[in-house]
Design a protein around this ligand. Structure first.
Ligand code: NAD
Length: 249
């Protein structure tokens, strides 16, 4: 697709694109001139997100290797390449470790970590022959700290995303592909609805956050756009906290 000046628009695919951070990334990246493809397993939410953002969409469960292969093959067949993958799909099944069922552990790892691997691998199959691209993984401060609320599977999955980012950056720099991550603090989206329902949640987070507020989805989207853009041309393998200072204290 060409923009108004006749330039070919770069293409960005955002997994979990129908969620709070995904939609904000879509809006920010579209403002920056990207053609955005939202990928999400929730087809109703995807329809609404398309209506809201004007992006295109494809249904995808990132934990399903065959589905990932099919969807990225369709993106490739469209012939416009893939300039940016935002690995953003994620779930949390919170609770004390002694109550964590193996199937819950497996699902969180499958979506958050294996899904990031599968989509990065599929994106690499498009980007490597074209000698360039960008991947931004949505990790979490939970991948860099022990957190405040018991959530072992999520913490482990996001720690994995942090090191997946470094390892992929080191391996794929020679192909012109940069791989970075953002590590948001608590962001006001559906993901934290159960926590927000707990009395005193916002106040407790505020105690541990020098900036004394939750992040907005737009705060995260700006960091994603920065890491994907030319101002970060020499930056790869890094994790940028978007945390109001949580990790600084
Ligand atoms: N909200 C926060 O406090 C916070 C903090 C740090 C990191 N994050 C991370 O940000 C990312 C986006 O989360 P959000 O806050 O926008 O939450 P959200 O619940 O609004 O969005 C998550 C999206 O991922 C989709 N999704 C879930 N499983 C999927 C699967 N198997 N395949 C495809 N899509 C799937 C959901 O349908 C949803 O649209 C996640 O990776 C999350 O871990 C969120």
């Amino acid at each position: 697709m060409q923009d108004e000046s006749g330039q070919i628009a770069p293409v960005a695919a955002i997994t979990g694109g129908a969620g709070g951070i995904g939609r904000a990334c879509a809006a920010t990246l579209m403002r920056e001139g990207y053609r955005v493809i939202l990928l999400d397993h929730d087809e109703n939410a995807l329809d609404m997100a398309c209506g809201e953002t004007g992006a295109t969409a494809m249904a995808l469960d990132v934990a399903d290797p065959q589905a990932v292969g099919r969807v990225f093959a369709r993106i490739d067949q469209a012939g416009q390449g893939l300039d940016l993958l935002v690995n953003n799909a994620g779930i949390a099944i919170r609770g004390p470790t002694l109550a964590c069922r193996p199937q819950d552990w497996d699902r969180v790892i499958a979506v958050n970590l294996t899904g990031s691997f599968l989509c990065a691998q599929a994106a690499g199959r498009i980007m490597i022959p074209r000698k360039g691209g960008n991947i931004v993984n949505v990790a979490s401060i939970m991948g860099l700290s022990g957190g405040l609320y018991a959530n072992l599977s999520y913490q482990a999955s996001k720690g994995g995303v942090v090191n997946l980012t470094r390892a992929l950056a080191a391996e794929w720099a020679c192909h012109g592909i940069r791989v970075n991550a953002v590590a948001p603090t608590w962001v006001d989206t559906d993901l934290i609805a159960p926590l927000k329902a707990e009395p005193g949640f916002v106040e407790r987070v505020g105690l541990f956050t020098p900036m004394r507020r939750l992040a907005s989805p737009g705060d995260v989207a700006e960091a994603v756009a920065f890491l994907a853009g030319p101002r970060a041309a020499m930056t790869t393998g890094h994790v940028l906290p978007v945390d109001g200072g949580f990790l600084a204290i």
